[in-house]
Design a protein around this ligand. Structure first.
Ligand SMILES: NC(=O)c1ccc[n+]([C@@H]2O[C@H](COP(=O)([O-])OP(=O)(O)OC[C@H]3O[C@@H](n4cnc5c(N)ncnc54)[C@H](OP(=O)(O)O)[C@@H]3O)[C@@H](O)[C@H]2O)c1
Length: 325
């Protein structure tokens, strides 16, 4: 019975994943790693077998827990390379005959075309998980490169087995013990708050790839099942899965976002506003508005992935409805 360790258990994704894993594999001992001290009851009723309190900066704890478990899931951060390197270093201490498996949740922000016009570009590259040459191009300069790159390298070194589940901008309600909106909603709403309105760039026809959390989580659980029952095949680049639902134009997304945030008193206008690329936002969020994010998950689809949840354009109002800004 493989033991499973989940980092990021209180997050938008992690909180559903903990329940989903225990439902699919009730006999597999699950440890959840928590920074939040007010979430124990949620995980006890979810059936988690062990709760460990700590922070990702507790190096000795992270290293030893990562070494002790057969399957380690990182749903905490796809930006913090130091944390991921700690996890890998612990896992690589295991003997050759009982290699650990690391399952990492990454993001399709890696694959934006770095356009700055905010307009759709039909010439942009479509990144496909079924093409190992595409995945070999993942590098440290990409949004999630600081974690994806050492993980792919570790998978190729072969002392651990790696799977990466790379998901689109994730929406859907938080059903867990924290009030986190998840990374995507957090950066979009924070950026709107900073501006006092909801920005987009150019004509807003540039597209982002989206996924509902309820579509993503069962696939991550499926990979946990594969990791616990099957011998790995192929290279680390062939164990990289891209999950996405629809592609949404920024103008459409920001129109719904502006309406919702205005109704909640967060911004001063119910309409989004086109701004020059340089004024769209600090750091990654600004880059997203200007660019196209085109991905395809043929490999994930072969393993049964299919997005079936409603569009973010329908879900957003309810997702943010009960949140206190
Ligand atoms: N949401 C998206 O749009 C999206 C898209 C693609 C990829 N991803 C990736 O998927 C993963 C999960 O995303 P999410 O949206 O579920 O994020 P989230 O709701 O912000 O959850 C992050 C989780 O990580 C924990 N965490 C963060 N820093 C920590 C630290 N220093 N020590 C211990 N725990 C820490 C948080 O604990 P606390 O509750 O204590 O804060 C929380 O449980 C991330 O790697 C993210 O980059 C997300």
């Amino acid at each position: 019975m493989p033991s499973v360790l989940l980092y990021g258990a209180t997050g938008l994704i992690g909180s559903r994943l903990a329940i989903d894993i225990k439902t699919a594999h009730p006999q597999w001992p699950l440890t959840v790693f928590l920074r939040n001290n007010n979430a124990d009851d949620y995980f006890k009723s979810a059936g988690a077998d062990k709760l460990v309190h700590g922070s990702s900066t507790d190096a000795d704890l992270v290293r030893s827990l990562s070494k002790e478990h057969d399957i380690v899931i990182n749903a905490a951060t796809s930006f913090d390379g130091d944390f991921v390197n700690l996890v890998i270093s612990g896992m690589e201490e295991r003997p050759e005959h009982s290699k650990g498996t690391l399952i990492h949740v990454s993001g399709t922000g890696n694959f934006i075309d770095h356009g700055t016009s905010g307009n759709f570009n039909p010439e942009s590259k479509v990144w496909n998980d079924d093409n190992e040459e595409d995945i070999k191009l993942v590098n440290r300069n990409m949004f999630n490169g600081p974690t994806d790159t050492p993980i792919l390298e570790a998978g190729e070194r072969g002392k651990i087995i790696t799977y990466v589940v790379c998901i689109g901008m994730t929406y859907g309600p938080n059903t867990g013990p924290s009030s986190s909106l998840g990374i995507a909603y957090t950066i979009l709403t924070y950026n709107a708050k900073q501006h006092g309105f909801v920005p987009y760039v150019g004509d807003g026809t540039a597209v982002a790839s989206m996924i509902h959390v309820a579509d993503a989580v069962p696939f991550i659980t499926k990979i946990v099942g594969v990791a616990g029952t099957e011998e790995p095949t192929g290279s680390a680049y062939s164990r990289y899965y891209i999950l996405h639902g629809e592609r949404v134009a920024w103008k459409d997304l920001t129109t719904v976002l502006a309406k919702t945030l205005y109704a909640k008193g967060v911004v001063s206008s119910p309409e989004p506003k086109s701004v020059p690329f340089e004024q769209a936002g600090q750091g990654e969020v600004g880059k997203l508005f200007g660019a196209n994010m085109l991905v395809k998950g043929d490999r994930a689809a072969r393993l049964g992935f299919k997005a079936i949840q409603p569009s973010i354009l329908i879900a957003l109002q309810e997702d943010l409805g009960n949140h206190t800004f």
